[in-house]
Design a protein around this ligand. Structure first.
Ligand code: GDD
Ligand code: MG
Length: 347
C-alpha cells in the first residue's frame, strides 16, 4: 500500500517554531513529527510514501536523505506554488492506482490504521475519513454522518456556535484512486471545502471512521507544548519510551556532573553536557548537543537541538528552538525563544 503526506503548508499559526523549519519537521520528543508519522505505517504494509511539499521542501528532502536507512521508500513531489490540499493530492495522482492513505502532516494520534483500512473495505466506501471529537469543533472541518456511518455534510471551520456536530475531520483519509479523476488539475483546490461536498452531492460514499483515544493537531505553539505534556503524562504514547514506568530516557554520550539532579520525566538527546548543581526536570525535553553552565534550573520545557545556556539560568514552561544561547543569569518562563524573536506563550 502507498501513503501520501500533505506536507506543504506554511505553518503560519505555529510561528516562530516554523520560522526556520517546515511544520512537519518540528520535533516531537526530539524527532521530526513526519519521521514519527511514517514509522507508524510499519504495521499496515505501507512500502512507499509520497511527500507533497512546498514550503521549505528542501529541508524535508535533505533530512530524510541523510537520516533514513530503512522504512518505506520516499518520493517527493514539490509544488512551485501552494495548490491547497486538493490540488496537492491531484498533483501526486500519478503515484496512486490502488486504495491509498492520505495524512495531514501535523497530526499526532493513536488511531489504528489497520482497523481504518479494514473499515474502509468493509463499508465499500469511495473515501473514508477518520473523525475525532474535539471541544472546539469550529476550528476544524465539522462532519455530520448518518446512522450507517456515512457522511452527510461537511462544514470547514464554521462560526463558533454554528457547528452541527462535535465530530471533526482528523486529517487522515483512505481514498480510492478513482476520486483523483474528480479533482481539477493545475489550480488551487481545497479537498475539504470543494471536493468532499461535491462527492456527497454526486452520490459517492464517504465513510466516517471513529476510533483512537488520542488525537491532536500541532497547529499552534500551545498545542505543541500540550502534546509533550500528554506524552509525559502517559496520555499519548511514543514508541521508544513509556514515561509512566521509565521516567528518564537518555540518548548516548551524556556528560552529567555528579552534583546535577535529574527529576523525571525527562527525555535527553545525544551528547548533552550538564554542569554542576544543575536541576533538570520534571517534564523536560533536552535536545542533542545541549550544554549548560552551573546552577541552572530547567523545568516543564522543550529544548531543541544545540541549545546552550550559561550559568544560573532558569527556564520554566518554555520552548527554546535550535541553536539558541541563553546568557548567564537569564530567567525565562512561558516563553518561546527563537533566534530572532522572543514571544510570550501562555501554557
Ligand atoms: N502540498 C501542500 N500544498 N500541502 C498543503 C497545502 C498546499 O498548498 N496546504 C496545506 N497543506 C498541508 C499542510 O501542511 C497540512 O499538513 C495539511 O495540508 C492540512 O493543512 P492545515 O493548514 O494544517 O489545515 P487545517 O489544520 O487548518 O485544517 C485541516 O486539518 C484539520 C485537522 O487538523 C482540515 O483538513 C480540517 O478539515 C481538519 O479538521
Ligand atoms: Mg492543521
Amino acid at each position: 500500500m502507498k501513503a501520501l503526506f500533505l506536507a506543504g503548508g506554511k505553518g503560519t499559526r505555529l510561528r516562530p517554531l516554523t520560522d526556520h523549519l517546515p511544520k512537519p519537521m518540528v520535533p516531537v520528543m526530539g524527532r521530526p513529527l513526519l519521521e514519527r508519522s511514517i514509522e507508524e505505517l510499519q504495521d499496515c504494509d505501507v512500502n512507499e510514501v509520497v511527500f507533497s511539499t512546498c514550503y521549505r521542501a528542501d529541508d524535508i528532502q535533505k533530512y530524510f536523505s541523510l537520516n533514513r536507512e530503512q522504512g518505506p521508500r520516499i518520493q517527493y513531489v514539490c509544488e512551485d506554488m501552494p495548490l491547497g490540499t486538493g490540488g496537492a493530492i491531484k498533483n501526486c495522482a500519478d503515484y496512486f492506482d490502488d486504495t491509498f492513505l492520505i495524512f495531514n502532516s501535523d497530526i499526532v494520534s493513536n488511531l489504528d490504521l489497520k482497523d481504518l483500512i479494514r473499515f474502509h473495505k468493509a463499508k465499500h466506501a469511495d473515501v473514508t475519513i477518520a473523525a475525532t471529537r474535539v471541544p472546539n469543533p469550529s476550528s476544524y472541518g465539522v462532519i455530520e454522518y448518518d446512522e450507517f456511518g456515512f457522511a452527510t455534510s461537511f462544514t470547514e471551520k464554521p462560526k463558533p456556535g454554528e457547528e452541527k456536530s462535535d465530530y471533526i475531520n482528523a486529517g487522515i483519509y483512505v481514498f480510492e484512486p478513482k476520486i483523483l479523476d474528480l479533482i481539477p488539475s493545475k489550480r488551487v483546490v481545497s479537498i475539504e471545502k470543494e471536493i468532499f461536498p461535491a462527492l456527497l452531492k454526486n452520490g459517492y460514499k464517504i465513510a466516517v471512521y471513529r476510533g483512537g483515544s488520542y488525537w491532536i493537531d500541532i497547529g499552534t505553539p500551545e498545542k505543541y507544548v500540550r502534546v509533550h505534556a500528554d506524552i509525559f503524562s502517559g496520555l499519548c504514547r511514543v514508541p521508544e519510551n513509556n514515561f509512566m514506568t521509565n521516567h528518564v530516557f537518555a540518548g548516548g554520550k551524556a556528560e552529567i556532573h555528579g552534583t546535577a539532579k535529574i527529576i523525571g520525566p525527562v527525555w535527553f538527546g545525544e551528547n548533552v553536557r550538564i554542569g554542576a548543581n544543575v536541576t533538570i526536570g520534571p517534564n523536560v525535553v533536552v535536545g542533542s548537543g545541549f550544554q549548560s553552565g552551573r546552577g541552572c534550573v530547567v523545568s516543564n520545557s522543550i529544548l531543541w537541538n544545540d541549545v546552550s545556556i550559561g550559568s544560573g539560568v532558569s527556564i520554566d514552561k518554555s520552548v527554546i528552538t535550535a541553536g539558541c544561547h541563553i546568557g548567564s543569569g537569564i530567567q525565562c518562563a512561558n516563553t518561546i525563544y527563537s533566534q530572532e524573536s522572543k514571544r510570550h506563550l501562555v501554557i
